[in-house]
Design a protein around this ligand. Sequence first.
Ligand SMILES: *Cc1c(COP(=O)(O)O)cnc(C)c1O
Length: 473
Amino acid sequence: MAPEEFRAAGHQLIDWISDYRKTLDQLPVRAQVQPGEVARGLSTSPPEKPEPLSLVMSDLERIVVPGITQVQHPMHYGWFPSNASLASVLGDIASSGLGTLGISWESCPALTEVEEVVCDWLRQLTGLSDQWEGTIHDTASTACLTALILAREKASDYAEMKSGLQGVPNPLIIYTTEHAHSSINKAALLAGYGKENIRLIDVDSTTYGMSPDALRQAIEEDRKAGRTPTAIIASVGSTGVTAIDPVQPLGLIAREYDIWLHVDAAMAGSAMLLEECRFMWEGVELSDSVSWNPHKWMGTILDCSLFYVKNPQHLIRVMSTNPSYLRSGVDGDVTQYRDWGIPLGRRFRALKLWFHLRLDGVESIRQRLRRDLENAGWLAEQVAKTKNWKVVAPVTLQTVCIRHEPDGLNGEELDKHTLNWVNRINQSGEAFMSPSILDGLWMVRVSVGVESTQREHLEKLWGLIQSTVSEFE
Ligand SMILES: *Cc1c(COP(=O)(O)O)cnc(C)c1O
């Protein structure tokens, strides 16, 4: 495609995206397609000859759009807010259009240096001290895997340069809770720790945060048995109920026993833009690494996960490769982000953060986050004051966990009732929420925070929930 052809096609595509974003609230929230339906709509063989843009666009609308669960829909309350601000979309397009190659500073100095600057902007915006240096990973899963590899290499005195974990006599142990994200378990397995060496520490029965006493006891037991306590993963904003592990006491324990502390704030990191929320990760300066996702609530389009470390020299020692074809005269003077993570080739992700922050401004982002906190608080209040309704976990941020508990229903019957009403709403396409199990019983998570969700949408949701539930009574 020649640049002039691209210009015309690009204008059409941008027009189409603008219309789509303007009207997507008329689409069903959850994709209504059956498994295999999208694939059946597509040609089974690749095109030998060029096809017209109009045909591709009409298939986009006819086949692809119905296969999308509309997470930008104001009635989407599932999983977590996966906002994709249009300002950041422009940055993403700019990044693609520039067609850069990020394999070394030399291959695109701007890619490295814009990333350094925006990571520092976000460091300042979240109140982290200037002890931290950051990079952008694709996802929090990758950030956590990196953190666990760093912890492993620190505890094993760089075993990777010898015979790896196969030469380490004492098992290396990880501490987290059952509320931690599934990516932590996955990262622990991939980093070679082994399932038997993951400890799920007890949590406080009201806040669901990790118990520092239970952590200390588990560490002591492992040490007595000759095992090596290696990493603590603290969740600031857990997946199910947005629980907050108490970072300060965990950090003091980590420092006392010299254990790597990784703070996973994938979801709640956005809230750290608000000074009034920063108490939630008080003690974060005691940790060794921190990650969070601007691609969730803050609204920089996926994929954009920030990863900060206190000691980049350790990170570089563990991750660096220096093949002859990548060496250059400036080595040692510049940042080589390939040594800060797993991939060699990197996208120019910093541009979407740069566009997002510059075009929207931090003030409007903060306002939106505060609006969402108020809206979640409003919903929790309605639920709590309504007969037979319960808010089943503390509302720390924008997630409200609720259950309808009609008189006399419990156990399996209550679970059936919960799944019945939430599935009916989800199937209708009018709204979408994620049911989840807490303390052995199903509940429904209402995750507030889509960019377009206003109070009126929450009022509509609460009305819809109550009328749906009454159909089962
Ligand atoms: C979403 C989430 C993750 C995983 O994020 P990805 O970027 O999708 O890998 C990890 N931890 C927590 C607490 C999360 O909310």
